[in-house]
Write a protein that binds this ligand. Structure first.
Ligand SMILES: CC(C)(COP(=O)(O)OP(=O)(O)OC[C@H]1O[C@@H](n2cnc3c(N)ncnc32)[C@H](O)[C@@H]1OP(=O)(O)O)[C@@H](O)C(=O)NCCC(=O)NCCS
Length: 204
């Protein structure tokens, strides 16, 4: 089980007892990309925590060191498009060991009451250090909608490059007529070598 410590935060796997703190910010999740995470009751939140607690390496509660309160979450998933995933069918049955995924995409969310205090940057920076330094990650990319200025700002503060803008790329919700509402999506990314260089500059 992994934990990550920063000046003000501890990032650790979720526990069932986190349910009420998480319900606080997942009752009305925003932006639209998080709509599927919506929770309505404490029981739902407990069940979700039980599920999340199985992932002790890539899914973390962001907690305040001082009080232990869960103020948000950060996680990362392997890209479905990277070679180990794409090659898995070809290698299946041939007894070949596939390389571990090394491209990951993070998700971050803070309880609205704790935004604008530098916690997201503090957590994401430590999480990137962990992914690149301890989990063998080579590339991190993030999708964010074109209207999500706070998330874009966070990507840029982390030194991620803006790689592209995909118009009407994805839809998470429908309008009142049941038609998909399409969103324009920005992609940001950073390589391990870029991260290492950036951290070296920050430290000297
Ligand atoms: C995206 C999100 C995580 C960013 O959180 P955030 O609190 O705005 O980000 P930061 O931690 O970088 O804090 C930003 C501001 O806190 C302020 N701040 C206050 N105290 C600070 C401190 N001690 N250290 C650093 N910054 C501090 C600064 O003004 C900083 O702004 P700056 O970067 O212009 O200097 C948050 O807006 C969120 O949860 N949004 C909803 C979910 C979401 O959109 N997720 C992404 C989907 S793609």
């Amino acid at each position: 089980m992994s934990t990550i410590e920063t000046e003000r935060l501890i990032l650790r796997p979720f526990r069932e007892s986190d349910a009420s703190d998480v319900l606080e910010y997942l009752r009305e999740p925003a932006p639209n990309c998080f709509v599927s995470l919506k929770l309505d009751t404490l029981d739902e939140a407990r069940a979700e925590m039980a599920k999340r607690s199985a992932d002790t390496e890539y899914c973390f509660a962001i907690t305040l060191k001082e009080s232990g309160k869960v103020i948000g979450e950060i996680d990362a998933e392997p890209s479905p498009y990277e070679p180990p995933m794409l090659c898995s069918r070809a290698a299946a049955g041939k007894g070949k060991d596939l390389p571990l995924p090394d491209t990951f995409s993070p998700c971050w969310m803070l309880n609205a009451a704790y935004r604008g205090r530098g916690y997201a940057y503090e957590a994401a920076r430590a999480f990137f250090d962990y992914l690149f330094g301890r989990k063998g990650v080579r590339r991190i990319f993030a999708y964010t909608e074109d209207y999500n200025v706070r998330s874009q700002h966070l990507c840029e503060k982390l030194g991620m490059r803006r790689e592209g803008l995909f118009l009407e790329f994805v839809s998470f919700v429908t309008d009142t007529g049941g038609n998909p509402v399409y969103e324009n999506t920005l992609q940001y990314a950073i390589l391990k070598q870029e991260w290492t260089e950036k951290q070296r500059k920050v430290r000297t």
